[in-house]
Design a protein around this ligand. Structure first.
Ligand SMILES: NC(=O)c1ccc[n+]([C@@H]2O[C@H](COP(=O)([O-])OP(=O)(O)OC[C@H]3O[C@@H](n4cnc5c(N)ncnc54)[C@H](OP(=O)(O)O)[C@@H]3O)[C@@H](O)[C@H]2O)c1
Length: 353
């Protein structure tokens, strides 16, 4: 199908003070090839909330946890009819992902890299976890690469039981690690138990006394904070790795003497300034991580997709998202919030206004 130039659609866009719902129209292709996506479901990530709050210094990925159908392309035939997610790392131009339609353009190879195909029979409520799970897979690979070869299964402390920490814990456990997921608030842990999202993983409160030591630790709190970092460092065995996954920004001084943002984004492995341990950075995901995440979620035997589905706690329309997402900046509820669209198939294009 050719691009339906002029077709009107609604989208949630970032503004100086937050977000606004806007009516827009499909524009013709400029120089590079262009695709038109119809999202079915879009997950809300902590980074979306940081972008609404104007707290994200480096990148703009608004609405990147996408499950969408490719409706049209110019030139015709690029992925048309495919169901895709979005890998936000290849550099392409795109409009907001929280939208009835998403315009995305770039060299054809970059478009193909940015839009990994999803199996058609993967439910959208499971597929919406592909991107965050790919980042978790990447983190676990960074951790695994940092370990000496042929070591026995590790005991790993994951700190922060938001979706990021939960996904990392699930991937680690599948790889044979003995995982303890630590969280500040007991309520979040209670909700994970109640919904049975992570059976097999020990859930513990950071407020309880913990005398044990772990081979390695991964910090996945909303942002990298000093007391969490110090807790993780204090609970490492000699020679352990402390993986930085939680958001950092340039100039952050959480660890005196260490440029934590450079370590995380540059995916470095450096010695900690004190003690016998290592700091390891994890940032983003690559094509292999997306393939692994899709395989994990498509494999119904392991039950991961169904368990994650139970962690979807809010389903919003685009209109509702315009008022609810700014509220979540200050207080993000337990679990995954998704924005759902009735359309999303080639036969259900939003009507032209
Ligand atoms: N490295 C990468 O490639 C990558 C990819 C995706 C995401 N991330 C990052 O991963 C982080 C986690 O994402 P998310 O979506 O899971 O975030 P989230 O929903 O904000 O939840 C993170 C957890 O952080 C805890 N927390 C917040 N502030 C805390 C503090 N001061 N002390 C102790 N715990 C605290 C919360 O505990 P309570 O229950 O007590 O509130 C919550 O369980 C974010 O920084 C995100 O940017 C990194």
């Amino acid at each position: 199908m050719m691009l339906p130039v002029g077709r009107r659609f609604s989208s949630l866009v970032l503004t100086e003070g937050g977000v606004e719902l806007r009516r827009d129209a499909v524009r013709p292709r400029d120089r590079d090839p262009k695709l038109l996506l119809a999202p079915t479901l879009v997950g809300v990530c902590r980074s979306d909330l940081k972008e609404i709050a104007g707290q994200r210094a480096v990148r703009r990925d608004f609405g990147h946890e996408l499950v969408a159908d490719v409706l049209a392309s110019d030139p015709p035939g690029i992925l048309t009819g495919a169901r895709v997610c979005l890998d936000p790392h290849p550099v392409v131009e795109r409009t907001s992902g929280f939208a009835e339609l998403v315009e995305i353009s770039g060299p054809e190879g970059d478009l193909l890299a940015a839009l990994p195909r999803l199996p058609k029979d993967l439910p959208a409520e499971v597929a919406v976890f592909v991107e965050p799970l790919a980042c978790a897979v990447h983190c676990v690979r960074r951790w695994s690469d940092a370990r000496p070869p042929a070591r026995p299964p590790a005991s790993v402390a994951v700190v922060g039981a938001g979706m990021a920490g939960c996904l990392i814990a699930a991937v680690l456990e599948r790889g044979g690690a003995q995982v303890t997921l630590w969280n500040r608030s007991a309520e979040r842990l209670e909700e994970l138990r109640r919904r049975d999202v992570l059976p097999g993983i020990a859930l513990r409160s950071l407020r309880e006394e913990a005398a044990e030591r772990f081979d390695d630790a991964i910090v996945a709190t909303s942002t990298l904070v000093r007391d969490v970092f110090e807790w993780a460092a204090a609970h490492l065995r000699p020679g352990g790795n402390l993986v930085l996954y939680a958001g950092t920004h340039p100039g952050m001084d959480t660890v005196p003497g260490v440029d934590v943002d450079a370590v995380r984004r540059g995916q470095q492995r450096v010695r900690m300034p004190h003690g016998d341990a290592w700091l390891v950075g994890s940032h983003g995901a690559v094509a292999d991580d997306f393939r692994a995440a899709i395989d994990l979620l498509a494999d119904t035997e392991n039950g991961l997709g169904e368990r994650l589905r139970r962690a979807i706690t809010r389903r919003l329309t685009l209109e509702e998202a315009a008022s609810v997402l700014p509220e979540q900046v200050e207080h993000a509820p337990f679990g995954k919030t998704v924005v759902a669209f009735d359309g999303g198939s080639a036969t259900a294009l939003p009507e032209a206004a």
